[in-house]
Design a protein around this ligand. Structure first.
Ligand SMILES: [Zn+2]
Length: 280
């Protein structure tokens, strides 16, 4: 059977989120997926005024296909899924740049694993122009720290996944930000080291899904006060390499360059991802 790539390129992400907030993004942003944003706005009862974008790095669609039960904490708080296709190349800075600029890699200029500060307009710039307050929360040296630097907005850089959780809960409770972007890459790290379906990677996936669940629970306190959109939005997937199929006991002995999981290719495992959208 041939590989079937998902329909929607990630460049539609920015305008779809903005449309849920009642904000129209200018050219050259790719158009919103309006049938989806219409459903979400209906459920919200109007434009969203609080948005949490949760970017669990490198979670491929096939992981969801094979282990749907691990996504139960995400399902619990979401009601719509969209099948996205990642960028070529399927690396974090390329994909996140497309998600937040609404452009293909040729348009925003990040075509491989490089992390320059984006000079073009991003969703953050459009939000700030519209009088909204976005912020970014991520571990230190995340792609978000580099490519979205230099905007007149708040950035929160933490040490690890626990730090992400603690700070995210604090930011939600502060009720200060219209949009909170959160980047986590514990699954990505574990999948590189041990393979995308290793118990270490799937454990990290569970912890990230649990994290999403906790944030959704924290958002509950604002039910009725705000119209809240939250998304679980990976950037690309990851495939097992030859190193990834060797016995796990041997992984410890591999040199650092021998990844058990990798991405960056056009393989279906790297390219197809699922985004989950929830409303409160
Ligand atoms: Zn990676």
């Amino acid at each position: 059977m041939a590989d079937h790539f998902n329909r929607y390129p990630l460049k539609h992400f920015a305008a779809t989120v903005a449309d849920c907030m009642g904000l129209e993004l200018p050219e050259p942003y790719a158009k919103p997926i309006t049938w989806a944003s219409r459903i979400l706005k209906e459920r919200l009862g109007g434009p969203a005024d609080r948005v949490v974008l949760y970017h669990a790095d490198a979670v491929g669609q096939y992981i969801w296909q094979k282990y749907p039960y691990l996504f139960a904490p995400v399902y619990q708080h979401t009601s719509l899924t969209l099948p996205f296709v990642s960028t070529v190349e399927s690396f974090t800075p390329v994909a996140h740049a497309s998600m937040y600029t609404g452009m293909d890699p040729e348009g925003h200029g990040i075509k491989t694993y490089v992390r320059p500060q984006l000079a073009c307009s991003t969703l953050y710039d459009e939000l700030i122009r519209a009088g909204k307050r976005p912020c970014i929360l991520c571990p230190k040296d995340s792609t978000f720290e580099h490519i979205f630097a230099g905007r007149d907005m708040d950035y929160f850089f933490v040490d690890n996944a626990v730090g992400v959780q603690e700070k995210a809960l604090e930011l939600i409770a502060s009720d200060k930000y219209d949009v909170i972007s959160i980047h986590t890459f514990d699954y990505d790290d574990a999948a590189h080291a041990f393979g995308p379906e290793s118990k270490q990677a799937l454990n990290a996936l569970c912890l990230e899904a649990e994290g999403f669940h906790r944030l959704a629970q924290a958002l509950e306190q604002f039910r009725g006060k705000h119209r809240i959109l939250m998304t679980y939005s990976p950037d690309h997937g990851q495939h097992a390499t030859m190193a990834g199929v060797i016995d796990e006991a041997q992984v410890d002995g591999l040199d650092i360059g021998s990844f058990a999981g990798m991405h960056g290719t056009k393989l279906i495992e790297d390219m197809n991802i699922m985004h989950f959208f929830g409303t409160l």
